[in-house]
Design a protein around this ligand. Sequence first.
Ligand code: GTP
Ligand code: MG
Length: 236
Amino acid sequence: MNISMNPNSELNQSIVNVPNLVQVPDPLIKQAYQFQEAMMMYTCAIRELKTKLEVLNDELSVRNSRNPIELVKSRVKKPISIVEKLQRRGLSISLESMTENLDDVAGIRVICSFLDDIYAVAEMLTRQDDVHIIAIKDYIRHPKANGYRSYHMIVEIPVFFSDQKKWMRVEVQIRTIAMDFWASLDHQLKYKKEMEANSEDISIELRECAEVIANTDERMLNIRKKIEAQEIALNK
Ligand code: GTP
Ligand code: MG
């Protein structure tokens, strides 16, 4: 595909916008274009998948009078994080290596209110015949040792560009609001771990909180089910 090779386009100006005296070797410029194009494709894949999620949410909110999805967040992995991850895994640092080895260049986080919404959303995505499921990790039924809970899917979806259809990989993390709250704090701990003398204490406390949260998620679901049962009984 060649859409970004027009030297006058705004896209190109941003790449070659370096002081006149600096001579950037041609192969490097070509690599920069290819990288930018790949990132654009991942961004499009996120957009496609977000639309699928919005459609499901709209349909279910009309049918059940409530939204299974509270919020959808997304991101394309930063170039520095891509290089760091490839390096950490002892893989070569190239565009091909990135597309072959990294499943999370495009990432979507789906935040649901209730536990059963997570599995409903995952199942609805799985049923769509243009969504290929590459891998699933259920950290809700099998939490990580630190207490982390979430439902992870690596999916591939087709994205239609001007001259080709490309199957793009996206990491989908589905979790409750409470799990997301916990994961955000845990993420902060990971970044600050080296500096914290008492990080072991914090880890233990976080693990305890993860249990409380898991328990609360289950209780909240049970309360909702009781309310729904009462509504059904009243309407009979
Ligand atoms: P990464 O190399 O981190 O991508 O892990 P992985 O390839 O083994 O995949 P996994 O499904 O375990 O984790 C993917 C992503 O889930 C991570 O990049 C995080 O966003 C999230 N995640 C996994 N474990 C944890 C955790 O213990 N705490 C938090 N806060 N997030 C986690
Ligand atoms: Mg990751």
